[in-house]
Design a protein around this ligand. Structure first.
Ligand SMILES: Cc1cc2nc3c(=O)[nH]c(=O)nc-3n(C[C@H](O)[C@H](O)[C@H](O)COP(=O)(O)O)c2cc1C
Length: 223
């Protein structure tokens, strides 16, 4: 089965802008979807048993290593089974929500998802990253250069030596403008940015649906 893997990480439920923009994507998506909501159902942090389970032969696993390996197998299988990805990952403290980082730590495994001879199994697959943020981080904004989420995900998910995904960020900004008085003058900019984010999500859904349906793992213009 070919499917889109959607991962949610916002703790704000239906009020989450990242989720709402991701919904615009899934509304336009033409295939199956597997969802994992890390805010509702977080995966555990990678621990000693999880790390050692990766190198110690399965026959020698302790009960804790067995349990850790079962979780990693489930997450890796779910990740590698997808043909495209939708990550709804808001900006928390200039970085990614800890639930998303915990999930990444569980699936970034040398020899399985990264560092695989011949290239990553996920190479070239499209990955839309929807990341809402309260402030503004574009050129000229006081916070410009302080978004440590999208650049990190471009590396972790997109680097040719790692997941090698085709990372496509969508960043609805200034989500604090409606509620915070000092940002109220930025409300028109926020509204325009949000509208564009939904439009981008719909465009990406149509394009990626067509690419996956045609059985082409790579989008035009990618490596
Ligand atoms: C724990 C936490 C940390 C946050 N840190 C930042 C931040 O560093 N920079 C920022 O611009 N907004 C920050 N925000 C605001 C969120 O990015 C903003 O509310 C965004 O809309 C959240 O995405 P969501 O609507 O998808 O939940 C933070 C919000 C929370 C809950």
């Amino acid at each position: 089965m070919s499917y889109l893997l959607r991962i949610d990480a916002s703790a704000s439920g239906d009020a989450s802008i990242s989720r709402q923009v991701a919904d615009s994507f899934t509304t336009g998506w033409g295939g199956d979807i597997v969802r994992r909501d890390l805010a509702l159902d977080p995966v555990g942090h990678l621990d000693t048993a999880g790390i050692t389970a990766r190198t110690i032969p399965a026959d020698d696993h302790t009960p804790a290593q067995k349990a850790a390996a079962v979780l990693q197998d489930e997450l890796v299988e779910e990740f590698l089974g997808a043909q495209a990805y939708l990550f709804a990952v808001p900006l928390y403290n200039y970085s990614m929500p800890s639930v998303f980082k915990a999930w990444l730590d569980q699936i970034m495994i040398v020899g399985r998802t990264i560092g695989v001879a011949g290239g990553a199994p996920s190479a070239g697959r499209p990955a839309v990253v929807v990341s809402a943020r309260g402030g503004g981080y574009g050129p000229g904004a006081p916070q410009h250069g302080k978004d440590f989420l999208v650049p990190a995900l471009r590396t972790i998910l997109g680097d040719a030596n790692l997941m090698s995904l085709d990372v496509r960020p969508i960043t609805p900004e200034l989500t604090y403008a409606p509620a915070m008085e000092p940002l109220r003058h930025l409300l028109p900019a926020h509204r325009a940015c949000l509208e564009e984010a939904h439009a981008q999500a719909r465009r990406q859904a149509a394009e990626i649906t067509a690419v996956v349906a045609a059985g082409r793992p790579k989008l035009p213009g990618t490596r």
